[in-house]
Write a protein that binds this ligand. Structure first.
Ligand code: NOJ
Length: 494
């Protein structure tokens, strides 16, 4: 072979290697996610019960930046067929959406199942399947029935049974058509922000946040066991909860120990009881909280202990690791008297940790700092902590407040984060099986209302028909999903 031919051959080989590095495994799945309160609207149609969000925002609109609420939102209760069209147009494998508990069970209890509620979710599931899109269904994306909140909500130990009863009804209705289930979305934000007065039910109680942490995890476990014992033998589906994890790194070498505690406090509090071989609370956190509670004058730890039976009930209640990941923070010790910002975003007051960003990290809207390497670190942390699990990224996405359909920032976020996911798969051998973009459409972004946009599609909220329009990122994500590769053009919206 002469030198020119050798050179050409080496170029071809390099190109093939380059393309392989840019490609996801053939069985890798791409999807999008939404949640019921954020998109459905129709808050009081038919016999639907009131959720904690309906209730709160009708009396406290001031907690939302633009004073808005989810009464109408994207009107997906009526426009669900359009949503399915958008997902099908992108050629995606699955759609993760959630069931609004009081829409299905107007009283919160199983004494009454709403026919309209059941029909709505049944139609959505059937409509997706008819287009070859797998439904991934979340049971709890933060809409507790207000009737149950009035009885103490997640701080009441009986909430474990209430959730298991609700889960059994959902599985009875839909387990024949749904293979992948998420019990609870982000227990940390289902317990911490609600008990810091930031989001529904907007109660201020550090004890409440920690009680909620215990019972919400037990509720997850109870629902998992219901499926495992009563439905899995027949349908063989998979169940997990959606864990939320930022990437945390120490600001300086002296912050190493505090960073470990911060990781335990914010993240392992929810993952360790389920995924570790020992079960129970993470030991470092348990010891810290016991001592802190003692110093504060409590007679027992604010972090309520698990019984041996509860530890056993929780341990191993997963079929895969579901992870929501968006952003990163550095951790440092708070200075004496230092004020804390928003929980989990700017600081963790219970452990005296301040959370900050690095100058080299990019910035989306508000809290979302862009650090693509963070997702690789988090995936590796899961593997190192809990072993070689099947991992599904159940949320990841980028926010802006722009109406520009050429959303280059979002395209760049998906491109750079997905590059890191590929490195985690190829170099670090983390078994990542899927990626979910948050979100399909711009929607009600909790405290930011409609000012913060996460959608691949824009929604015109001033138009009664809630017109959806593709952003450039929708076309980009479509190309990635169809080719299962990052070797695609950055397309512009037309
Ligand atoms: C995670 C939550 O599950 C979702 O409801 C929220 O909109 C996104 N993060 C973006 O903040």
């Amino acid at each position: 072979m002469n030198r020119t031919r050798l050179y050409i051959l080496s170029l071809i080989l390099a190109l093939v290697a380059e393309i392989a590095c840019q490609s996801f495994p053939p069985e890798f799945q791409f999807g999008v996610a939404t949640s019921s309160y954020q998109i459905e609207g129709a808050w009081n149609v038919s016999d639907k019960g009131e959720s904690i969000w309906d209730h709160l925002l009708h009396i406290r609109p001031d907690i939302i930046a633009d004073l808005s609420n989810g009464d109408v939102a994207c009107d997906s209760y009526h426009l669900w067929k359009q949503d399915i069209d958008l997902i099908a147009d992108m050629g995606l494998d699955f759609y993760r959406f959630s069931i609004n508990w009081p829409r299905l069970l107007p009283t919160g209890f199983p004494n009454k199942v709403s026919e309209d509620g059941a029909r709505y979710y049944g139609n959505l599931i059937d409509g997706l399947r008819a287009r070859g899109i797998a439904p991934v269904v979340t049971l709890y994306h933060w809409e507790l029935p207000q009737s149950l909140q009035d009885l103490g909500g997640w701080t009441n130990p009986l909430s474990v049974e209430w959730f298991a009863d609700y889960a059994r009804i959902v599985f009875t209705l839909f387990a024949d058509r749904v293979d992948t289930w998420i019990t609870i979305n982000e227990p940390i934000f289902a317990c911490e922000s609600p008990y810091r007065g930031i989001v529904a039910p907007a109660i201020v109680s550090d004890v409440g946040a920690l009680l909620c942490s215990k019972y919400i995890m037990l509720a997850h476990a109870a629902a998992y066991r219901v499926y495992d014992e009563e439905f899995k033998p027949q349908y063989g589906g998979q169940v997990s909860f959606a864990h939320h994890e930022f990437w945390f790194e120490p600001k300086t070498d002296k912050d190493q120990e505090l960073t470990e505690l911060a990781r335990d406090y914010a993240f392992s509090r929810f993952s360790y009881p389920v995924y570790s071989t020992e079960g129970g609370w993470p030991p470092l956190l348990e010891a810290y909280m016991a001592e802190k509670s003692r110093i504060e004058g409590y007679t027992r730890s604010k972090l309520p202990a698990f019984t041996a039976e509860e530890i056993k009930l929780l341990k191993g209640t997963y079929d895969f690791f579901a992870i929501n990941h968006y952003t990163s923070r550095t951790v440092r010790a708070a200075l004496s008297g230092e004020e804390f910002g928003i929980f989990g975003i700017d600081g963790l007051d219970e452990i005296g940790a301040v959370l900050e960003s690095k100058p080299e990290w990019g910035s989306a809207l508000g809290w979302l700092k862009v650090n693509p390497e963070g997702i690789r670190h988090v995936l590796n942390r899961i593997k190192h902590q809990y072993g070689d699990l099947k991992v599904m990224i159940t949320e990841s996405g980028y926010s802006d407040d722009s109406d520009d359909l050429n959303d280059v920032g979002r395209i760049d976020y998906y491109k750079t984060y997905l590059e890191q996911v590929l490195l985690a798969i190829n170099e670090d051998k983390v078994n990542v099986v899927g990626y979910t973009a948050w979100s399909l459409i711009d929607n009600f972004e909790w405290n930011s209302g409609y000012q913060s946009h996460f959608g691949l599609y824009a929604v015109d909220f001033s138009d009664p028909s809630r017109k959806r329009t593709a952003k450039a990122s929708a076309r980009y994500y479509e190309s990635v999903a169809r080719t299962k590769s990052l070797d695609v053009e950055n397309l512009t919206a037309n």
